[in-house]
Design a protein around this ligand. Sequence first.
Ligand code: HSE
Length: 399
Amino acid sequence: MKRIGIIGLGTLGSEVAKQLNKQGLWLVLCDIDESKQISGLPFTTNANIILNDPKIYMVVELIGGYHPAYEFIAGALKNGKNVVTANKAVIDQYGSELEQIAIENEKCLKFEAAVGGAIPVIDAIQHSLTGNNTKKISGILNGTTNYILTRMHESLDYETALKEAQEKGFAEADPSFDIKGKDAAQKIAILASINFKTKINSEKFYVRGINSIGQFDIRYANSQGWVTKLIASAEVKVNGLELKVCPTMISQKHPLASVAYERNAVHLQGDANITLAGEGAGKAAATSVISDVKRILNGAKPERYFGNNEYIILSNGNLISRFYLRFDAVDKPGVLHHISGVLSDNKISIWKVEQLGESNSKVPVAIVTYETYYSTLNSALGSLDRKIADIRSIIHVLA
Ligand code: HSE
């Protein structure tokens, strides 16, 4: 029987090991922490034992992060082993390089679990949807932030919601990756690279996280019948590819509006519009890892996911959107005049405006603009008198 080495026995790794073991596969486990051993299964703390064992046919890398994950994957491929990984960071950063090593060594490199947890979105883009001519991908790709935003819409405060998400095992080891949108950025970079047959790195585009969102913003969204989501998107425009990750207020009719808690979803717009949704974080990703393992056991051939198409990645300043802006403003005559004056000087038109309370000192003021360039918005905000009105929250509006 073909032997499989699993490196990394965290939440996902131990779930994968248990399930593959139940299915009677021959496993060798590895983790730097000896307490992660699973009784009855061969175990080592030294990954090189797995990488150099000629009887090991496939390595499942589940340690996450860039290094030594990169070295383990590259080493396994060079030693003639197939590789399955759930590591979005390493695929985002080194995907095409690792793919080249896999092709040269005639081995498979599969990473379905890197994006969307249990949702088979990579396989869908790579195989089933090649006829769809997909021009735009929008997704909720981070379970932790979706969980936090959903719970905040149910009136919970941000800190408690984050703690719950961590306790449920959705968050990264460093949750700031989730919160700041970096995890979602790595995932949309991977999907866009596969769909547009290119290789984009997540450091090349606009990413805004959810850390400045407060209950005022969520209540405002509720009052308009909108839902706040961290949306990651990639779209072909006439002048290049637009990629972004940003908190976005969407209408309840939007295909992603009902995707709640830790669920993920991807909406693909092409000749047909398709939405794939499902469990996106925590143990659910084991399903995708196991499917990749089975495909390889069933004789999958090495294939290229990425490509050499070259696109101009549109810069942040070129993004056009409606924006929700929350100011912390002095509650005195002339304050709205100042804010609207600054917006008007920059030719930004106001769609809605509302003061969210009253106070002797400062009050939140919400303004939703019509479409404007992000660069124009930034220069307008730069000319505000911060003592009168300070910007506290910027959320895109797609309603
Ligand atoms: N931390 C990720 C999330 C899970 O919250 O979606 C795996 O990618």
